[in-house]
Structure formats: C-alpha cells, structure tokens
Design a protein around this ligand. Structure first.
Ligand SMILES: NC(=O)C1=CN([C@@H]2O[C@H](COP(=O)(O)OP(=O)(O)OC[C@H]3O[C@@H](n4cnc5c(N)ncnc54)[C@H](O)[C@@H]3O)[C@@H](O)[C@H]2O)[C@@H](O)CC1
Ligand SMILES: [K+]
Length: 512
C-alpha cells in the first residue's frame, strides 16, 4: 500500500472527482459516512459527543459527521472554529445542511474559548491534510483546550500534525486516542516521534480512484496483510529438504548461547530444509539436546575463533545468518571478511554483534565490500553507531536510512514499531504487524533466524526482509493474545510462527 504526500492526496482527490466522476460534496459525504460507521461500531454506548470543526474540508467532514451521528440519535454539540472569515465551499454547504438540525457554536478570535473536560468525547475535525503551517492563535488555543479531554478521535489526522514533514517540538498538536484516516496511511503515522499525537490509527476506505493511486509515485510503502500474504511461496508436493535450502547460522558465544538457540529455533520454524549452527564447541550438548533438528559445527574456542572459511566449506549453504550472541572482537571482522570473500554469492544477513563489529572504524571499511542486497537488522541505537552520527528527528532518520541503503546497496531493517525496511532502490517499506510486547531480549535473534530461513529458501532478499519482518510481527500479534505485552518472551514468537504461517496460508486460499 502506498504512502503518499499531502500534495499527492489532493491530486488523488481531484482525479477521483473528475474521473469517477463524483462531486466533491459527495466525496466528502462518503468520507464522513466511512468515519461515522467506524465511530458507531466502536462508540455505540456513548451518546453525547462534541465535534470541533475547522474552516476547510476537514471541518466539512466534521459537519457531515455531526449530521450523521445526530440522525443516529447521538447528542451532538458542534463548534466551528473560524480563525478568519475564509471557509471552504463544501464546509459552507454542509453548515447549511446541518443548520436545521443543530445550531453550531461559532468561535472566532474574539469569542470566549469553550472549556472541555476530561470525560468529554471529542471528534477533532479542525485541520486535516491541508495544514500548511504550525497552529497559532485561536487554533492553537482551541487545541490546548481540547487536549484536556481523555478521548479524542481525529478525523484523517490529528490537527496540527503535518502529513509528511517534521513538526517542531514546540508545535501545538491534538493528542488523539484514535485517528481514523481516509484510505491511505500517512508518513507521519509511521514515526515514533508522533506516537503520542496519533494514538491507534485505522484506515477507512472512501473509494479514491485506483488509477490515481497507481499513478502516484512514492518511495514509501506500508506492508499491509493483503500484500504480505502474496510473498509466501507455495510448497511443491515434491519438495524435499534439499529444495528448501541449507542455512548456516554463525551465532553464540560463552554466556550468550541463548541468542544462538533462539535464532536457530526460529530459523527451523520458518521453513528451512536444513540448518547448521556454528558455535563454540562447549555448546554442543546444549544445542543437540535443545534443537535436535540442527546440525552442530563446533568452533574450537569459548568465543568464536574460526575466522577463516574456505569456498569449499561454504559452498553447500544457501544462506548465512551471522551475529546473534557473538561479541565485539576484531576476529568477527575477519570472519565477515572471509565470508564476503569466499561466499559472496550466498545471501547474507548480519545482526546484533555482527553489526556492532561493522560500526568500528575498521568495520566501516568493510561496508563497501558487503555483497549487494546483504541484509542488516539494526535497532536505532545500533544504526546510530553504524552511521557514527545521530539525527534531529525521525524524518532525518528516514533520509539517513535511505542514503545508507542506496550508498552501500544493502537492505536495512531498522527495527521498532512499524519496522522500516530500506531497499537499495531507495524505497522504504513500513511493517504493519507487531506490538510493544516484542520489545524484549532475544526478539531480534528470532527475526534473524526467520530471515535466514527465507533467504535459504531462495526468497529474493527484499521479499525475505519485508516478509520476514511481517511474519515476526504477526507471530508477536498472535502471541500477545495469550501472553500479554508484559509477559511475552522471545520464545513465544517462535512458538507462534506455526499459527502465523497457518493464518497466512488460510488467507492465501481465501484470496485465490
Ligand atoms: N483528499 C481526500 O481524499 C479527501 C479529503 N477530505 C478532507 O479534506 C481534508 C483536507 O481539507 P483542506 O485541504 O480543505 O484542508 P484542511 O481542512 O486541513 O485545512 C483548511 C485550510 O486551512 C488553512 N490552514 C492551513 N494551516 C493552517 C493553520 N495552521 N492555521 C490556520 N489555517 C490554516 C489552509 O488554507 C487550508 O486549506 C482532509 O484531511 C480530509 O479530512 C474529505 O472530505 C474527502 C476526501
Ligand atoms: K483532524
């Protein structure tokens, strides 16, 4: 699903009006109806609401919502906030349509500000994607007053928040409990810095023209379920363990074998034909008894010491995962170097201490040599170390992410809520699954295992990264229903991979 800019939203809107064709007032009716249906499903037992409408089309939506909810028996109070005398045409028409049912409370710069209370249920239709400057004066005052309420449902986007550019920390913005956006998600929704404003967000379909959406060019995408399920490869009846790849996982050291085991188990649960785990020899019994399905390749040392791998040793592997539970040691760089040199055609994913080693001055020299489409999976701190710099805001972070991925032609999965997968073509794909319960030790090791398995099964690396991240989050979303965000541990993710695969195959069947 595409994530488009505020300008493109306007263009898609216009295209829909001209080519469906539909009048702008009917499109507004459709958008407000979609919002109202969602609202009535989720707030069926409250009866009194306050709707705050601005002077443009977002305000126009609010006026239609007021009319619809009124007709369903809600007690509706409407505030129109008019910083100037300028209002949009569709706002005027809908104000007229509402006037026989409800009289609005008009607020201009000279009026006394309304008071809102904690228990008020507010609908925020002050400004939408037409916002072109930070809120000030009356608009800012009203938002501050509205933010007293505990429950605010934003129409399309919280007022004061820009769709696709940075807000400064001082900007006054609605703190919504929920945001109901029209049809396409906005870039602002993907960024941690905006979490307090957006709350939970949901999309409602308003029938924008598919041709206009198809024609909009963008670097940003949202991996929704309908797309994600198309990545899962069908299995042939005649497949055998040889056709499903042989993964090599280089992971673990004294005191950190848990990471290796988590990763290995996730790899085995993600469809790999065969897995060899290379780890220090003391771990042999542990690995054999915990993961009987894996082959063990013993390293002679407490910490990993086999840094030289020959082509002969590597040639039987169809993917290599490297990093979980290693350590920061120049030896690891020699290891990465050796793998790049002798196994450059084998898909590779580097995580955790693998990335930390690349963040050293000597490590950075290796970045240029990473084979094209190598996958790295840093969390923001690791990415900062890799770049050797920080960022001012999340938009700058995205620019740095894209630059890095394009410059080194590698795939970067920047982990977090809505993990961002940056591809060497400059596109960034935000994930739709996952929950805060996954922010727990070992969760990243599980992701490495999943992606290693997909690579071994010859998924193209971009798909392995995007789909791997989706699967990981989906397993987390299934796990959280039983374990809660507080009690979840990384093993719960692996334990729920089977259910995640079952869910995806069922959806594939439904859609075929
Ligand atoms: N594009 C679409 O697909 C659709 C959009 N609709 C609604 O239309 C909204 C966009 O409407 P508009 O373009 O009229 O814009 P808004 O309603 O967001 O803003 C209204 C106008 O206020 C002015 N303004 C901007 N920033 C301001 C500020 N900080 N202080 C004071 N005034 C400011 C601008 O002149 C702007 O055009 C969407 O968010 C959505 O709610 C729906 O009605 C129908 C479909
Ligand atoms: K709004």
């Amino acid at each position: 699903m595409k994530i488009v800019s505020a300008t493109q939203i306007r263009e898609i809107d216009e295209y829909t009006i001209n080519h469906e064709p539909v009048t702008s007032i009917d499109l507004m009716e459709r958008a407000a109806t979609a919002f109202s249906s969602w609202f009535m499903q989720h707030y069926s037992n409250i009866k009194r609401i306050k709707i705050v409408c601005g002077p443009g089309n977002n305000g126009g939506d609010g006026l239609v919502i007021a009319r619809i909810l009124y007709s369903y028996g809600y007690k509706v109070e409407v505030y129109t906030i008019l910083p100037t005398a300028k209002t949009s045409k569709d706002f005027d028409i809908n104000l007229q349509r509402l006037s026989s049912l409800i009289s609005e409370q008009r607020i201009t710069p000279n009026s006394k500000l309304p008071q809102f209370h904690t228990e008020d249920i507010l609908i925020d239709a002050l400004f939408g994607s037409g916002l072109n400057r930070p809120l000030a004066g009356l608009a800012a005052d009203i938002v501050q007053a509205m933010n007293q309420a505990k429950t605010i449902i934003a129409v399309d986007i919280p007022s004061g928040l820009f769709t696709d550019t940075n807000n400064s920390k001082e900007d006054v913005i609605i703190k919504a409990t929920q945001t109901i956006a029209f049809q396409l998600p906005k870039l602002a929704f993907m960024l941690p810095q905006n979490a307090d404003f957006i709350g939970d967000w949901h999309l409602v379909d308003i029938g924008l023209h598919p041709t206009a959406i198809a024609q909009a060019s963008t670097n940003y995408f949202y991996t929704h379920t309908r797309k994600a399920i198309t990545y899962l490869k069908k299995r042939s009846k005649f497949s055998h363990k040889g056709t499903n790849g042989h993964a090599l996982l280089i992971a673990g050291s004294y005191g950190m074998m848990g990471a290796a085991i988590l990763s290995a188990r996730a790899c085995l649960r993600s469809g790999v034909g065969k897995l060899t785990l290379h780890a220090p020899k003391h771990a042999n019994d542990l690995v054999q008894s915990n993961i009987p399905e894996a082959l063990f390749s013993a390293d002679d040392n407490k910490y990993l010491s086999t840094t030289e791998w020959t082509e002969d040793q590597l040639k039987s592997y169809s993917a290599i995962g490297l990093g979980p539970g290693l350590s920061i040691d120049t030896k690891i760089l020699s290891l990465i170097h050796s793998i790049i040199e002798h196994g450059s055609s084998i898909p590779l994913i580097i995580d955790a201490d693998g990335i930390n080693n690349l963040s050293t001055p000597e490590g950075r020299d290796l970045l240029d040599k990473l084979p094209e489409n190598t996958i790295i999976t840093p969390h923001p701190k690791e990415f900062q170390k890799l770049l050797n710099r920080s960022w001012q805001n999340d938009y700058e972070k995205l620019d740095l992410l894209r630059e890095f991925s394009v410059k080194y032609q590698v795939i970067v999965c920047l982990k977090g809520a809505h993990t961002a997968v940056a591809l060497p073509d400059g596109s960034i794909h935000f994930n739709s699954t996952g929950n805060p319960g996954m922010a727990t030790g070992g969760s990243g090791d599980v992701l490495t295992g999943i992606i290693t398995a997909l690579l071994a099964q010859k998924y193209n690396p971009a798909h392995a990264a995007i789909f791997g991240v989706y699967l990981h989050g989906l397993a987390g979303d299934i796990a959280v229903k039983e374990k809660s965000i507080y009690s979840m541990v990384a093993s719960d993710l692996t334990d729920n991979l089977p259910k995640a695969f079952l869910e995806i195959t069922a959806l594939q069947t439904q859609n075929s």
